[in-house]
Design a protein around this ligand. Structure first.
Ligand code: ZN
Length: 75
């Protein structure tokens, strides 16, 4: 399951920023996922000002925590 949660109430999302910053965050996440970053546990999502505004998790199953399928290898 791919889970992305992002708060849109801070300054980066005001007005036109709602769409622009949402798109920027999704592109940045796409780059991180493609680059191989480990998203098995929730990783922070930051707005363009560097504030943590949400989380992203990506894993090949739909378990809630704790997940039975976490790889045993270290990241
Ligand atoms: Zn699982």
């Amino acid at each position: 399951m791919l889970t992305i949660s992002c708060d849109t109430t801070n300054a980066a999302f005001e007005g036109e920023g709602l769409r622009a910053e949402s798109a920027r965050i999704l592109r940045a996440l796409a780059d991180r996922i493609e680059a191989g970053e480990d998203f098995h546990t929730h990783r922070n999502v930051r707005d363009l000002n560097g504030n943590v505004v949400g989380t992203c998790r990506l894993k090949p199953c739909n378990c809630a925590n704790p997940c039975e399928h976490l790889p045993t290898r270290s990241a």
